[in-house]
Design a protein around this ligand. Sequence first.
Ligand code: ADP
Ligand code: PHD
Length: 782
Amino acid sequence: MTRVVHKFGGSSLSSASRYQAVAQIILGHCKSGDCVVVSAAGKTTNTLVKLWQSYQQQDQQAFSDVLIQLEKHQSELVDELFSGDVHRALKAQLDAELVAITQLAQQSELQESPLLAHGELWSARLLAHYLNELKVAARSIDARQLFTLHDAQLLHQQNKATCYAQLQDAVVYVVTGFIAQDCDKNTVTLGRNGSDYSATLLASYIDASAVSIWTDTQGVYSTDPRKVSNALKYPKVCRAQANLLARLGNPVLHAKTLSPLKGSNIKLQVRSSYEPEASPTEIVKEGYSKAKRFITTFENLDLVRVENLAKGEVRTLSQLIQHSIHHFIVNGEAYLLLPATFTHIVAQQLAGRINIVESNLQGCALVASSSELSGLKQQAEQLFHDREVVVRFAHQDSDYALFLTDQALDSDLLAVLHDKLINKGREIAVIIAGIGNVGDVFLQQCEQQITRLQSQFDLKVVGLLRSKEMVFSPSGIELSAWQTQWKNEAQSYNSKSLVEHISELDYEHKVVIDITASEAFSLLYPDFVASDCHLISANKYAGTADRGWYQSLREQQRERNLHWRYNTSVGAGLPINFALADLQNSGDVITSIEGVFSGTLSWLCSSFTADQKFSDLVLAAQEMGYTEPDPREDLSGRDMQRKLLILARDLGLELDVDDIALEPLMPVHLAEGSWDDFLAKRDELDTFYAVKYQQADDEGKSLRYTGQLIISDSGTVTAKVGIAFAEAGSAIANLTPGDNIFVIKSVWYEQNPLVIQGPGAGKEVTAAGIHSDLYWLTQQLK
Ligand SMILES: Nc1ncnc2c1ncn2[C@@H]1O[C@H](COP(=O)(O)OP(=O)(O)O)[C@@H](O)[C@H]1O
Ligand SMILES: N[C@@H](CC(=O)OP(=O)(O)O)C(=O)O
């Protein structure tokens, strides 16, 4: 049986509702025999540390205040999660433990590690009971029964045998993280943040197939996503870089997390307990992921030089202070970076061998591949210089550069560093779906356009898709020879395999460009977004899908900082979406949009003359390829209705397609039946059109087919698509056959509207419009 270990950190268990959310994740992801490793709820360990410090300082007032704080937090959890007998029993157990802590303190017999262990013990107990309430067979386990150390070394063989023997039942085991015992059964802790390590240790002991570290971010980012909103989530990070980040004190993984996985095939992923469906970061073996760039920050560190640092001494020291200690050698001398609060303890331990080089430093480390590190370091130095940040100490190793500064790097500075150092030269994988008509021209234009983008981005087309076959090459497709590659390598695919391929891509950014007209393909957008893809659509289906689906897609994109551009879905390359966005961004209020958004209907209405039969014109347009294969599709007005909906949604209006009244450009019943049936009744179309045309002419106006959206002062929206009589001399009446036109009225463009007019269809302009979307998308990523 393959088993999985799930670890939930303090951030995942900070409140009763978080326990409930975690229980739901367990229900969805765990089978019996799996293990759940838990940390202390929220910041409980910090509070226990405070309790210990007040005990050591013999500050009784502080001791009792902190104890009350702990009691309050735990009691609230018990009160909110349980009732009846279970509630009573858990409350009594907690009270007894708190009394015991007080008594031990009074008798001066309190010990640090057993005291800190309470955090994890409480979490495991509460979660196991809560799962039982949900009828999940779950049992809490004190990891001190599983993990034994001798001389600070884990007894792996013995522990493995114990784990195998003790974790045999058909239950979900809820195991305390962070704690272990020594051979004399004294409690030992594994270092702050150490539950990640407990999880991977346990996984190696029970030969688990995978470990999931569930935390409060979706994975491992280029920098702390709480500080820099456009930090990049990496789909894959190699073990060496994850390990380095941890050694540099980054909290997302503990320094020793990876050591138990050495030589094993156990998969490790970091994922969000707040957004369990979000794609995780996989921590993969060397060679399975490219080196990424990171910035990790430091606060309140002392830099010390140590004479005659012995092998293993750093480990002992970090065990002593319960924190990872980063160390490095410069000119044969050993340096340690210590959390400033612990320097005195280390100094005591190293009696006389330590020199404080700098104290109370802040700063950051830049992690990158060795080939790009020197260049990035120089740029960072320049940025610090420009911003007058004093670097007190800098150090460069093969795969990271360290900057220790006087002042803390605030979010603004970090964001600038991130933009200049991480965003620059970023990788973008492009997947192009629909390489027919427009797609083919798009690819022809790619060579020149991508070269231009490549000065700023490492952009590669990695996938080309037709409806049933694709070429997919994660290292990039040679565009000048894509047809040959297609001939040799095209393989059939289905939605599932496509989404898998895309989610596997090891790129900082991914873009799916949808040039299909396929509704089925648009239904995959949520999967693409779940795989962290930006979207560019010429396809109108997703933009006009029902409101619930559309808004949830939008929400998903917002949460993940993903962009969606679709300028060509209305008016091909005409910059209508830009104009609407720009007006709104500059504070204007749009009051109406009227226009002709169909090249076909534009051509038909503007070319018609009274001496013609309308159906002859329709057939001529069909012949020239200006219409859909069945021109009734155009005459139905549905395409314009969809486009008007896209524009309405761009104005922030919550409409559905049916909220837009639709009057076709033909008698309604002609939509039924086959094309031949229609041809047999074409006279009816001619009469219909001639009557309307005459009515318009009688009024001195021109018959046009338009879409119209009006937002009244009170906010009432009227939207319709249908026949309109345009005033003589107006822009719509004078429209060049085939052109699209958008007449926008706003507070600023009230009397004399803003008009955008030009070809709204055609391969070249549409393909160029998609390139424009791709260009602006890359600018948004900068
Ligand atoms: N590069 C990074 N990627 C992800 N998270 C990061 C990164 N750097 C710092 N962090 C911080 O790490 C935190 C997760 O670590 P921690 O609070 O110890 O979680 P847990 O309680 O789940 O163990 C995140 O909330 C985030 O603020
Ligand atoms: N509770 C311990 C161990 C731990 O790993 O916690 P977390 O998973 O919340 O980082 C600590 O705070 O150090």
